[in-house]
Write a protein that binds this ligand. Structure first.
Ligand SMILES: [Zn+2]
Length: 273
């Protein structure tokens, strides 16, 4: 399904719905209306029909650049083939993913393409190689899986890092965006409030994880059973990755203690934090 989300931004929905990907991955075609070229962000899964829909959404424009927010399969599986067929460079933060000659993604080093300026915002947390892209012309940010169109995202231990994730949410909030174009789900109009909501949610979860340890839970699965009791059990395996990321952060801060194999945790004793 292809939909114009602004005069510059067209969303093409990939056919990969699931509890974690919501309706599917959002692939974006971005260009100034009078530009002869376009930028494609997150080509999505390897699916010929989807790739053809993205090409149609380019409306005759040449693809000048392909960007990845991160390299999870639902965003990146089809990226190399798409960029190859389009003859466009593929740029990503993840080592080994960028094509030769692709622009390097760095904070403070805006990309000029398709008549636009896109500023990379490295935002590790959901994944170590995650990068958002700020579209200056709209005070908008393409957020990948850093912030979704609804619900919350997963910080997948061990690839993701909860302390990094919270710092990256603060970075995004401090850009004061007006709208977010997420990798899954609908356009977010109340951007700063949404990011603040994500920060509050993570700190709530952290407090709940600490309370679960204090109540006697020791394994990540025990903590999930208590903290995520109201959440669809189909999401519990993903929730366990986020709980492990919370526990790793708390252990790193001395607020919880990991036993030898890292599979059991207990509260830090008095005087330890
Ligand atoms: Zn992801």
């Amino acid at each position: 399904m292809t939909e114009a989300w602004s005069p510059r931004v067209t969303r093409v929905l990939a056919p990969n719905p699931s509890p974690l990907t919501l309706e599917g991955t959002n692939t974006f075609v971005v260009a100034e209306p009078d530009a002869a070229t376009a930028v494609v962000i997150d080509p999505g899964p390897a699916d010929d029909g989807h790739a053809q829909a993205v090409v149609r959404a380019c409306a005759g424009r040449r693809v000048e650049l392909v960007l990845l927010t991160h390299t999870h399969v639902d965003h990146a599986e089809g990226a190399r083939a798409f960029a190859g067929r389009a003859g466009a460079p593929l740029a990503a933060l993840a080592p080994g993913w960028a094509s030769p000659g692709a622009p390097v993604l760095a904070a403070g080093d805006p990309l000029a393409a398709a008549g636009l300026e896109l500023r990379p915002l490295p935002t590790p947390g959901h994944a170590a190689d995650h990068c958002c892209f700020e579209l200056a012309a709209e005070r908008a940010v393409f957020t990948g899986d850093h912030v979704l169109g609804r619900g919350t995202t997963v910080v997948e231990w061990p690839g993701g890092d909860m302390a990094d994730y919270l710092a990256s949410l603060e970075l995004l909030r401090d850009r004061r965006p007006e709208r977010l174009y997420p990798g899954h789900g609908p356009l977010v109009g109340d951007a700063v409030a949404r990011v603040e909501g994500y920060l509050a949610h993570r700190l709530d979860r952290e407090a709940q994880v600490l309370a679960a340890l204090a109540a006697g839970d020791r394994t990540p699965a025990e903590v999930v059973a208590r903290v995520y009791a109201a959440v669809d059990p189909a999401l519990h395996p993903a929730a366990e990755l986020s709980v492990r990321a919370h526990l790793a952060k708390l252990a790193g801060e001395g607020r919880a203690v990991a036993d030898g194999d890292g599979e059991r945790f207990h509260p830090a004793g008095p005087g330890q934090g």
